[in-house]
Design a protein around this ligand. Sequence first.
Ligand SMILES: C[S@@+](CC[C@H](N)C(=O)[O-])C[C@H]1O[C@@H](n2cnc3c(N)ncnc32)[C@H](O)[C@@H]1O
Length: 231
Amino acid sequence: MTTWDEAFADRYDEWAYLTADIPFYVGLARDADGPLVELAIGNGRVAIPVARATGRPVIGLDTSPSMLAQAGERAAEAGVTLELSQSDMRELALETPAALVYCPARALMHLPTWADRRRTFERVASALRPGGRFAWNVFAFDHQLATHLDGSRQDHPVPHTIHYAVGDNRVDLVVAAGDATSSLWWGTRNEWLGLIDVAGLELEALYGGFAGEPFTEDSREYVFVTRRPAH
Ligand SMILES: C[S@@+](CC[C@H](N)C(=O)[O-])C[C@H]1O[C@@H](n2cnc3c(N)ncnc32)[C@H](O)[C@@H]1O
């Protein structure tokens, strides 16, 4: 089982057609007075608009060489600077503390266990300046959607099959007869709040969407903004 198959990288543009999150993360970056860091930067889908809007470089890390290569090429075309490194978010370490660390597109869900996530949150907390922010979005498990999608074949954006493994709180997206799999492990609201707590971060906001909608029992996306305490 792989959490992110390199084979996804070639066609990431086709998966990454959502844009609603970009103004949200750009807004946080504009507010941040200091280094900007994206965990799991992928092909720079969000980081390039962030760098363009702020006029500042974005430090980006990712485990996938192909995604990093795409990010580098796209940044050069866009005329912005991304400081890219091939590394795992569980090993985050910065030379200069960040004003903003962010993780779009549910990428934290590629971490399979509580221990992986706790380690990542602790690394982020210690990489932030006092008062610096950590923001991310992840989906909320929807049992009706899972019932509808489990075992189904989807044609868009590329042909794939969806398999739920509820006992492992995992959903697998399997492309092209099993030669590429991307797995996501969902968490409950209390698990995310627990990670914030153990890492010594403070919850600033939990939205139900990128327009700042309040999070309600019917929300299906967690959009978290947290910060390292100022003192
Ligand atoms: C859904 S893409 C998100 C890319 C980008 N953040 C965006 O918003 O378009 C997920 C990315 O997470 C990366 N990834 C998965 N596990 C990782 C890990 N443990 N550390 C760093 N990157 C990871 C993958 O290589 C992939 O580029």
